[in-house]
Design a protein. Structure first.
Length: 348
């Protein structure tokens, strides 16, 4: 369970990275201020909700807290925060701090339920298609190899259609044989509650991000309306993903496999990540040079990392190898690849 001191340290760090978000930053700063004054009446309820949860990444606890707050505002028009959140039709000019205090004093059970068991699945349009270039280099550049695309912790599966929601020049989308999303609690876009929770993971004052998320969600709904199996969502814990793949995705000589995860393994301890990596290696080995594992994750070992790495893993010369294709800043909107070294690593 996270301690008050740990939560405050994360909030202080969060205040620095949300300075350009007036509403989100104000909520973070006031939340920290309330806790520094003492133990508010709602704090024991938060600790109770989190007593069996473990937060490894520094962004997990506070971003989940804000997502749960945001979700309640999206769900109830009488919520005192509605008038301050652009995502709810409000305006960001006024200070949302008093409204946050009022909300927390009377927060409903659904708020604490989200804190207890909610899985935040943020959609970031700029990061969603990061699996595409490795796919081009590995499956398309020197061979036209159809492949299965699988995402771990896929949420509603928005990243799985990034190549279609935001067409990527030079990528042959028809090479994707199937798009499979694994998640402990898959989000169904046809369910208004699930849709609200997906929106709640986006900062309430970042309307561009909300609009991008809506566009991607609408794209998935459109594709699934024409083919119900276009995106296949399956209930699966992330640590069990390698086992699921080995059991349910048969190795085929004329087909490849691309597995990717974003913001997933950062939530694992070093021991857990070691087991996950070993499981992934065992699963990919029978595929030989037709399988690729792509990660977009924070730098491991950095307590307050604001840097992501694009890591690609594959079997090469019989050895399971890793290559860091690029590093990218937390708030960056555009990314550049080390295409030359990545192409060399991914050549077949």
């Amino acid at each position: 369970m996270i301690t008050k001191e740990q939560f405050l340290a994360q909030l202080d760090r969060a205040a620095l990275v949300t300075q350009n978000q007036p509403v989100t930053g104000a909520l973070v700063r006031h939340l920290a201020a309330m806790l520094k004054r003492g133990d508010p009446p709602w704090w024991p309820k938060v600790l109770k909700a989190w007593e069996k949860r473990r937060f490894v990444a520094w962004t997990e606890a506070w971003s989940l807290f804000l997502a749960a707050v945001h979700h309640e505002a999206l769900s109830e028009e009488d919520n005192p925060l509605v008038r301050y959140l652009p995502s709810c039709g409000g305006t960001p000019e006024a200070d949302p701090a008093p409204a946050l205090e009022r909300f927390l004093l009377e927060a409903p059970d659904t708020f604490y339920k989200k804190l207890k068991s909610g899985h935040r699945r943020p959609y970031v349009a700029a990061r969603a298609p990061l699996w595409v270039i490795p796919a081009v280099l590995f499956f398309q550049r020197k061979r036209l190899l159809p492949f299965y695309l699988v995402e771990v912790n896929a949420g509603a599966g928005l990243n799985l259609v990034a190549d279609l929601a935001m067409p990527q020049k030079g990528f042959a989308s028809d090479l994707v044989e199937a798009r499979i999303g694994l998640d402990p609690e898959p989000l169904l876009l046809s369910d208004i509650e699930h849709r609200r929770w997906l929106t709640a993971a986006v900062p309430p004052d970042n309307m561009k991000a909300v609009q991008e998320m809506d566009a991607a969600a609408d794209k998935v709904l459109d594709l699934v309306s024409r083919d119900p199996n276009f995106v296949q969502l399956v209930e699966c814990q992330p640590e069990l993903a390698p086992h699921f793949l080995a059991k349910n995705v048969p190795v085929e000589e004329e087909t490849g496999l691309l597995v990717f995860n974003m913001g997933t393994t950062v939530r694992m301890t070093d021991e857990e990540y070691g087991g996950y990596r070993l499981g992934m290696a065992e699963t990919l080995k029978p595929w030989g040079d037709r399988a690729l594992w792509v990660e977009v994750e924070s730098v491991r070992g950095e307590t307050y990392s604001t840097t992501y790495q694009l890591r690609v893993h594959r079997f090469k010369d019989g050895v399971f190898q890793q290559h860091i294709a690029t590093t990218l800043d937390f708030g960056a909107a555009k990314f550049s690849y080390d295409v030359e070294s990545s192409a060399k690593f991914l050549e077949v």
